[in-house]
Design a protein around this ligand. Structure first.
Ligand code: DAS
Length: 377
């Protein structure tokens, strides 16, 4: 074969190969296998809730059993997931979130931190959860998880069998958020209705689709998650809180202040008390004094979590303005002794203030240190 023919044959082979590659690329088949390998891995941890709920009667979407479908069954209804991530599932529990207890928070936090530490190949985790207690579990994880990988929680306001279920779209948006590198180190995120919410500010404002609007820091759009804000208070690996060796957390009670309220009475007093209050009656104030003097920290939290009030220092005796205002209780011996005003939860809702106090009490019972913790978080 002449030099010239060899050259021409080599060129022809090269052109045919290039053509095959071009046709393969444009039809997508040639690199389909590589694409699948390159997709980020997301673990879906299912705990239950309406997102896995099925109706008792197909015509009545208000009567359903929360926490019925398995993780595998939920993901089977969202085929588009496979375009965005390689999915693995883990069934942590399958129950309505009203049945999730503080011990479950500890177990879940421990398991997620361990998984994310050991599984370097995971890009992030999605936790499916009932919406009733979503804000509590989310805030506990926000303060205790030891990772900077995205942990995204998601729920639904309509059961999976509803003719216009919101769960599948929420799950897809949550997986896209968990798979995205820009979601790292933003604390625990919640995705509902294509909004990305921060666990610290999250609230169930309304029990229907669109009811989670507080705490929005981003949106999930056509190109995936886009962020507008970064949470500025410490979270996840930046906090000082370690999980207790057992599953038990200090028992902190949450009570409501109301017109005519007398304050709680306990057979066995708790380790701490949070009062959801816009202001307290004289009777409630005195009852709280007795607890505070007995070393039980009392935290006042504005019901919407939107108040910022100055912390007041401990005084020698009850302030004169209090004695004037509460003259109907004049002579009550409970006025005697140092006056210990409640700690202030600042911008936390009462439920979240309770979680912070539970964790803070694993570290200290000192009033000044507790106050510093409430200012910091
Ligand atoms: N059934 C409730 C729950 O599990 C409500 C819900 O999931 O939306 O929290």
């Amino acid at each position: 074969m002449t030099e010239g023919r060899r050259y021409l044959q080599g060129r022809a082979r090269w052109i045919v190969a290039a053509l095959i590659a071009w046709v393969g690329c444009s039809s997508g088949w040639l690199f389909a296998a590589n694409d699948a390998e390159e997709l980020p891995k997301v673990l879906i941890v299912a705990t239950g809730g309406t997102i896995s709920g099925i109706q008792d009667d197909p015509n009545d979407p208000t009567r359903y059993r929360s926490g019925s479908l398995s993780a595998g069954q939920i993901i089977a209804s969202v085929p588009a997931l496979e375009n965005h991530a390689t999915i693995e599932t883990l069934q942590f529990s399958n129950m309505p979130s009203t049945q999730i207890m503080p011990a479950d928070w500890v177990r879940l936090s421990r398991q997620l931190s361990q998984l994310l530490r050991e599984r370097e190949d995971l890009a992030g985790v999605v936790v499916t959860h009932g919406t009733d207690r979503l804000e509590e579990t989310a805030f506990f994880l926000h303060l205790t998880l030891r990772t900077e990988k995205p942990v995204v929680m998601v729920g639904a306001q309509r059961p999976a069998t509803h003719n216009s279920a919101d769960g599948p779209a929420n799950l897809l948006a949550a997986v896209r958020t968990a798979a995205a590198p820009q979601s790292r180190d933003r604390g625990v995120l919640i995705v509902m209705d294509e909004r990305i919410l921060s666990a610290r500010e999250l609230r169930k404002d309304f029990p229907r689709v669109g009811g989670f609007a507080s705490g929005r820091i981003g949106l999930v759009g056509r190109d995936g998650p886009q962020y507008l804000y970064t949470p500025s208070r410490p979270h996840t690996r930046h906090t000082e809180f370690a999980l207790p060796a057992s599953l038990e957390l200090p028992n902190v009670d949450l009570v409501f202040s109301y017109s005519g309220g007398l304050g709680p009475r306990y057979e066995t007093p708790p380790a701490g008390i949070v009062v959801a209050a816009t202001g307290m009656t004289c009777e409630e104030t005195l009852a709280m004094q007795v607890f505070a003097r007995a070393g039980i920290p009392v935290v006042a939290a504005f019901p919407t979590g939107e108040a910022l009030r100055a912390q007041r220092p401990v005084e020698e005796t009850a302030p004169a303005r209090m004695l004037d205002l509460c003259s109907a209780l004049a002579g009550d011996p409970r006025w005697e002794g140092p006056w210990i005003p409640p700690l202030v939860a600042q911008f936390l809702t009462p439920q979240k203030a309770r979680i912070l106090l539970m964790l803070a009490l694993t570290r200290t019972t000192d009033r000044d240190e507790l106050e510093a913790i409430f200012r910091r978080y």
